[in-house]
Design a protein around this ligand. Structure first.
Ligand code: NDP
Length: 443
């Protein structure tokens, strides 16, 4: 995720979390995120605090309530923020994912042309890493019960700290390594202001031999780790005596499906802004390695202690919402991808389009005739379906839906800005035809 601030997954595979870019300017650099100092500093301190804050606001001691009386539980007693054991487990997880990535077979794909005209080759095997990781977790954790998955729940806070320390250390390493001769630098992360460059990412594609650190972090340890954390929460619920709740099953299944979709479409990540233009710095490292696994697993964690009974009608409604979201999300993303790859393909050949002076055509019917970012709408509907199984006890489990709506609205504005720059008057014409941004008749 971009990661944090913009992070995620189209799944991550199609997302480009394109924040953190320096806009080209002749009279000096123009900084994003209220940079070069205050904004990056606030984000680097603030987002880790949000990770802790979500635990503070909802845990085994209770969940924050707004009404009838405001209440917030605070950290449960005797919880430590840091342990060497948690740091060791976190590093072991990262190394295990790296080894699987290196050892398992995978397809080789070329990325887009770099500023110097060269292209990098990527090894892609996220789906295989996921299958092997899931098989191990299910076999040792659920079947043999020799792996104490509940440990993850009991050590959630020190694991968050471990992920923050690890992302900061990795960002420091890639920042230092970016000064090596021959490193291709990201336009937006090469301003000469160390704090800002550390935050945005100075080097475009930091690598260790053929191992691409950015693509690996974007896809493997965080996304697969998120599903493992969900399963660990399910294990904790199961072994705490109450059995698995319907809500937990829904959340785990929905989020695993989301990650599987991202891994299935892993090659699409190579054309996202994250890979093609963003440097790899604290923003992406923290987003991928801390924010995604530890804030996206919020609903599963909440359900360990605050499971709510769900009626058959509620379950059916939530499943229908998730299915609708997925249909819109996958349908629209695949339609645009197909159209950009082969506009003559029978599945997209009959779409109505707007020719532009830039030479490319904009789709004005099908999914893309409904709203200008209908893919975001589908993504958000799925996110809402992840929150609903927690019931209406507290606003905290809805953090994802609220944060993600804000992120997508901001992202829509940024893409609108970029498209206006790309397409000029044609973009105005397009906006006149496709009037809504995300929600037909509403927004
Ligand atoms: P999009 O896939 O929406 O891509 C935007 C680009 O598509 C535009 O710049 C334009 O580029 C092209 N385009 C826009 N409108 C049209 C049209 N009508 N016809 C043809 N081409 C068009 O953006 P993102 O990369 O932001 O999102 C991809 C997915 O990632 C989304 O589903 C999103 O929800 C998801 N995502 C998930 C996150 C998470 O944390 N879970 C975070 C961020 C995104 P051009 O014309 O140059 O081709």
């Amino acid at each position: 995720m971009a990661a944090a601030a913009d992070g995620g997954t189209d799944s991550k595979a199609q997302n480009g979390k394109a924040n953190g870019r320096l806009k080209g300017h002749h009279s000096g650099p123009e900084f994003e995120f209220f940079g070069p100092y205050l904004g990056p500093l606030a984000i680097m301190l603030g987002l880790p605090l949000v990770c802790y804050g979500l635990v503070y606001a909802c845990n085994s001691s209770g969940c924050m309530h707004l009404a009838p009386k405001f209440s917030i539980p605070g950290f449960p007693p005797a919880h430590r923020l840091f342990t060497w054991q948690a740091l060791g487990v976190y590093v072991a997880w990262f190394v295990a994912q790296a080894l699987l990535h290196l050892l398992l077979p995978g397809q080789r794909r070329q990325g887009v042309a770099l500023p110097d005209g060269s292209r990098l080759t990527y090894k892609l095997n996220g789906l295989r890493n996921m299958v092997v990781s899931m098989a191990a977790v299910l076999y040792f954790g659920f079947y043999r019960r020799s792996l104490d998955l509940g440990w993850v729940y009991d050590n959630y806070l020190p694991l968050i700290t471990a992920s923050i320390i690890f992302s900061a250390a990795l960002s420091a390493y890639v920042y230092a390594a970016s000064f090596a001769r021959g490193a291709v630098l990201a336009k937006g992360g090469n301003t000469g202001r160390p704090l800002y460059d550390f935050f945005i990412g100075r080097e475009l594609n930091p690598r260790l031999g053929g191992f691409d650190i950015k693509e690996f972090c974007e896809v493997y340890p965080g996304l697969i780790g998120w599903v493992v954390i969900d399963l660990a929460m399910a294990h904790k619920q199961l072994t705490s005596g109450g059995g698995l709740s319907a809500g937990m099953v829904l959340v785990c299944a929905f989020q695993a499906l989301y990650v599987l979709d991202a891994l299935w479409f892993e090659p699409a990540i190579l054309t996202t802004m994250d890979i093609t233009s963003d440097g790899f710095g604290f923003m992406l490292a923290f987003g991928d390695l801390a924010w995604v696994p530890f804030t996206y697993s919020l609903q599963a964690r909440v359900l360990v202690d605050h499971s709510q009974p769900l009626s058959v009608a509620a379950i059916a409604g939530i499943v229908a919402l998730k299915a609708l979201g997925y249909l819109v999300f996958r349908g629209s993303n695949s339609q645009k991808d197909q159209f950009r790859r082969d506009p003559a393909h029978p599945r997209v050949a009959s779409l109505r389009t707007l020719p532009t002076e830039r030479g490319t055509r904009l789709i004005i019917s099908g999914w893309w005739g409904i709203a200008r970012h209908i893919n975001y709408t589908g993504d958000w509907l799925m996110g809402l379906a992840w929150c609903l199984p927690t019931g209406l006890q507290s606003p905290i489990p809805y953090f994802y839906a609220i944060y993600f709506l804000a992120l997508l609205m901001h992202r829509d504005r940024r893409d609108d800005h970029a498209c206006r720059a790309k397409y000029g008057r044609d973009w105005d014409k397009f906006c006149g035809i496709v009037k809504y941004r995300l929600f037909p008749l509403l927004y």
